[in-house]
Design a protein around this ligand. Structure first.
Ligand code: PMP
Length: 427
């Protein structure tokens, strides 16, 4: 019979060490917000496959849509023989993205590829080279993804040189004393020390930094970035790979920036197709048309099973009220975590829009003393008690919740109770 320890031994022998693994658990099956391992143990899933399962494991509508498509065809390569679901998905995503202008979309497979392609579009359109990203940001594991990512270990260590002309500004974070003014000033410094604004193709940011620690870009920051981009002819890219598809209480997090900060290009992936590999670049039609024919695409990009699944994800949000449910899940999470924080001062902050919620652990609640050791211990203890959690953060001291928005109140409360028990036992 299969067991976790034996499978871990096979994994270690057959797979490279660079593939991380948060938990030494092998999955047998999963349903909505619950997972069972190969030994028959049940876990509550607050990780959601790293933000991929906003619609839960095996949502019936998605399973049906994928099965229906499976009966028709699984692959043609869209650039060879086209199919309608790809076009319908583009139309629906164009209509849902903010901004009173014509939009176009195209599809790829991973989040990193979407980022790569947004950069290609921005460079082709502006005929400029330089890019500005932010410290603590994460944009993927490809060469350009790594270059844009604002964290060295473990993402960049040993993998350089990276593409040139990428500069990092500071991301605002009130808890750690970086104001919006500081962040804007750091971009002016780049213009002064590194590259003239007239050569910058794009500024890329996550509306809420994901891997970086669930730090929220204040709408005022996005608005000032938008004004700066307008002033200098720079393309503004919102990387919504982790924030998109309803996680933050709106379909896209950048909707919360308001009409004064509409991005030119948006990347999506993860929950877009609810577990099928699919990513998207959505943006201004005139920018999207800049690359020449054949310059965009990919053999698997926009796979028909993944497009069918993504259309079902849209149906679930539009017809089953999943945005509203997600906001309620977020409120319940924040209330539960705040109650735990009230008893445990080591939780310095409970934050995040919608259901993109995290707690930050600092000794004595002092932001200057990140407690990575306790964070790791809580994640481990939670798994022992049947709850799958994920940490994140530049200082590895943040516990993030990416539970399916379809979770029941009962399972959500059960998970919250386990977190409370972990802090009572360890904190
Ligand atoms: N951008 C962001 C904001 C992400 O969170 C991630 C994945 N964590 C990526 C890009 C890369 O996505 P993928 O792993 O699918 O390449």
């Amino acid at each position: 019979h299969l067991n976790n320890a034996a499978l871990m031994a096979r994994r270690r022998a057959a797979l490279p060490a660079g593939l991380g693994q948060s938990h030494e658990i092998f999955v047998q099956r999963a349903e909505n917000a619950e997972v069972w391992d190969v030994e028959g143990r049940r876990y509550i899933d607050f990780a959601g496959g790293i933000a991929v399962l906003n619609t839960g494991h095996r949502h019936p509508r998605l399973v049906q849509a994928i099965a229906d498509q499976l009966d028709k065809f699984t692959h043609t390569c869209f650039q060879v023989l086209a199919y309608e679901p790809y076009v319908e998905l583009a139309e629906r995503l164009n209509a849902k993205a903010p901004g009173d202008f014509a939009k176009k979309s195209f599809f790829l497979t991973t989040g990193a590829e979407a980022v790569e392609n947004a950069v290609k579009v921005a460079r082709a359109y502006t005929k400029r080279q330089a890019l500005i990203a932010f410290g603590g940001g994460f944009h993927g594991r490809t060469m350009m993804g790594m270059a844009l990512t604002g964290k060295v270990a473990p993402y960049k260590t040993g993998f350089g040189p990276f593409p040139a002309e990428v500069y990092h500004a500071r991301f605002p974070c009130a808890l750690h004393g970086v104001s919006v003014d500081d962040a804007m000033a750091s971009i002016e410094s780049i213009f002064k020390y590194d590259v003239e604004a007239a050569r910058v193709a794009a500024i890329i940011l996550e509306p809420v930094q994901g891997e970086g620690g669930f730090y929220v870009a204040p709408p005022q920051f996005a608005q000032r970035l938008r004004a700066l981009c307008d002033q200098h002819g720079i393309v503004l890219i919102a990387d919504e790979v982790q924030t998109g598809a309803g996680r933050t209480g709106t379909w896209l997090a950048c909707e919360q920036w308001g009409p004064a900060a509409v991005p030119d290009l948006i990347t999506m992936a993860k929950s877009l197709a609810g577990g099928m590999p699919l990513s998207a670049v959505i943006g201004r039609a005139e920018m999207m048309d800049a690359p020449g024919p054949g310059g965009l695409g990919g053999t698997y990009a926009g796979n028909p099973l993944a497009c069918a699944s993504a259309l079902a994800v849209l149906d679930v949000f539009e017809q089953d009220g999943l945005l509203e449910r997600g906001r309620a899940v977020g409120e319940r999470l924040k209330a539960g975590l705040s109650a735990i924080a009230a008893k445990h001062p080591v939780i310095a902050e409970v934050r995040g829009p919608g259901a993109m919620v995290a707690i930050e652990l600092c000794r004595n609640g002092d932001p200057h003393q990140p407690d990575a050791a306790l964070t790791g211990a809580v994640v481990k203890e939670a798994a022992r008690r049947g709850l799958i959690l994920l940490s994140c953060g530049t200082y590895a001291n943040v516990i993030r919740v990416l539970v399916p928005l379809t979770v029941s109140d009962a399972v959500l409360d059960e998970g919250l109770a386990i977190i409370g028990d972990c802090f009572a036992a360890l904190g």
